[in-house]
Design a protein around this ligand. Sequence first.
Ligand SMILES: Cc1cc2nc3c(=O)[nH]c(=O)nc-3n(C[C@H](O)[C@H](O)[C@H](O)COP(=O)(O)O)c2cc1C
Length: 166
Amino acid sequence: MTSFYNSILGLRAIRQFEDRPVSDADLRAILEAARWTGSSKNSQNWAFIVITDPGQKTAICAAGDFMTPVEQAPMMIALVETPGGYEFDTGRVAQNIMLAADAIGLASCPVTLHRTEIAHAVLGLPDGYRCRYGVAVGSPAPSSGPARFGGRKPIGQLVHRNRYGG
Ligand SMILES: Cc1cc2nc3c(=O)[nH]c(=O)nc-3n(C[C@H](O)[C@H](O)[C@H](O)COP(=O)(O)O)c2cc1C
């Protein structure tokens, strides 16, 4: 197996970060991975808002119920769906951001912005734009430890052949 395959299997959501900023070079590398994500009809109906300002970070935390990762991280990348965007594409961007962060030694955690109307106001989005997800990114704290939930369902419980139950 390649180390990339092992990275896919080993990727975990990390919620504790060191108190230091993400470098411009690392941010650029992550955004490049985001930019190259495939999307439906290559429509690229997305925008990425990099939040590092402490006031903005606090304000965006009001939009989600489980925002500890953002409180702890030096940075959150807000994933904005522009008109015509699909949540599936946004999910692919999130995973690319997480894998790219992992590849350069950083950690990350996706977060849900349950109250999109708050996110809309905090981010200053135009009408028709929506932001429901973000990814907290930073250097993993030494104490970042194991995942909160962990584990996965066994493959036999998930996979069916040709039809459900097959
Ligand atoms: C769509 C989505 C939304 C998530 N939202 C949050 C969140 O709001 N806060 C949080 O701490 N983790 C959030 N997570 C992280 C999940 O809890 C985590 O990926 C899951 O428990 C599996 O953990 P692991 O990948 O570390 O094994 C989210 C994950 C996904 C895919």
